[in-house]
Every structure is written in C-alpha cells, then in structure tokens.
Design a protein around this ligand. Structure first.
Ligand code: 5GP
Ligand code: MG
Ligand code: MG
Length: 187
C-alpha cells in the first residue's frame, strides 16, 4: 500500500475498510430483505463514489442506484453551513426506501438538508449509511424518515481526513485508505 507524503497518518487501511464495508452490506441486506417496497441507494457525490461502488456490490438485494450532489465546502476544511443541492436525483423515489450513502458526517448540516429534501420527494423511509461519523463536531441533530436506520462504518476522531473518496481541493480521493492530511497542506 503506497502512502502519500502529505498523509500524516493512516487511520483505516484498504483492508480494514473493505472488511467493514462487507459487514455494513450484510446488515443492510438483512434489514431490507423481502421488502415489498423498492430500495434505492443514493450516493452523495463526489465523496461517496468509492464507498457506494464497493457497498452496492456486496448488497445481496435488488437495488436501484442514483446520485445527488450537495455543496457545502469550498476548497477549505471548514463547513460553510447549510448546503445547496446542486444536482438532483434522476430516479423517482416516491413511496420507496432510500438509503443515503455518505462519506462522512461532520456538523450534520449536509445530511439534515438532504434528508428533508428526500422526505419532500415522498420517500417512504430514509436511512443513512456513512463510512465515517465525527460526532465531536455535530451541530445539527438529523432525524431519519419513517423506519429509516443509521449505519456507520467507523467513528472518526476530530481530524481533517482524506482518501477513499474524500478530498482536499479535489485531490486525494483516489487513495485506497483514509488518512489524516498534514495541516501544512491547508494552513
Ligand atoms: P457536514 O455538512 O456534516 O458538516 O459535512 C459534510 C461534508 O463535508 C461531508 O460529506 C464531506 O464531504 C465534508 N467533510 C466533512 N469532514 C470532512 C473531512 O474530515 N475530510 C473531508 N475530506 N471532507 C469532510
Ligand atoms: Mg459528502
Ligand atoms: Mg470535499
């Protein structure tokens, strides 16, 4: 596994991530098996692109896949508050179970506005599956819709992390692991 010079420390290796993704996929498959209501897995672009690609291949149920885009960060490392939905779903989610796939939940602003948006569109339930959760920085308590469940891969310490889909200024997304970016890079 190659390590980038700008990565201070690897938090989760490719192997650890893939093991955890398999566990989450099997939990989701168990929870939604036999559902008479269609299941739509929605990735939050761009950060969740690797996570959704990996997890849907391990979910043993028929699922539709779509993407939504919300912008909250500029090129910095601090959230800019309430995000804007800059690219909406293609699939009609009315009456369906939605599983929102996120890279990381930080302040909770992005998630809570995405959840309200999906609720407005008539989803029968909205679950959230996030690879990382940084509870130390939560500002907004998000509420799931209907019988929605919360799945999380790992609890993340309060560092700015990159890799496995997550960027700093659009770089580092292709690293196969998650690591802490050297603060010199963004200070
Ligand atoms: P929130 O709205 O919860 O504050 O932030 C959500 C979004 O901010 C995440 O989906 C992610 O794209 C970005 N974000 C939050 N924390 C980090 C982090 O540590 N590293 C990176 N690369 N992005 C983050
Ligand atoms: Mg994200
Ligand atoms: Mg970003």
């Amino acid at each position: 596994m190659g390590s980038d010079a700008n990565i201070e420390r690897v938090l989760w290796t490719e192997e650890e991530i893939s093991g955890r993704v398999a566990e989450l996929a099997s939990q989701i498959s168990d929870d939604f098996r036999g559902s008479p209501v269609p299941v739509v897995v929605v990735g939050v672009a761009t950060g969740a692109f690797l996570f959704i690609a990996d997890i849907v291949r391990k979910i043993t149920l028929p699922v539709a896949v779509d993407f939504i885009r919300a912008e909250s960060y500029g090129s910095g490392t601090e959230s800019s508050g309430v995000p804007r939905i800059s690219s909406d779903l293609k699939i009609d989610i009315g009456g369906k179970h939605v599983i929102l796939v996120e890279d990381i939940v930080d302040t909770g602003n992005t998630l809570s506005s995405l959840i309200s948006h999906l609720e407005t569109k008539g989803a029968s339930s909205v679950s959230v599956c996030t690879l990382l959760d940084k509870p130390a920085r939560r500002q907004v308590h998000f509420k799931l819709v209907g019988e929605g469940k919360f799945y999380r891969g790992f609890e993340c310490p309060d560092y700015f992390v990159v890799g496995y889909g997550m960027d700093y200024d659009e770089l580092y997304r292709n690293l196969p692991y998650v690591g802490v970016l050297r603060p010199e890079v963004y200070k």
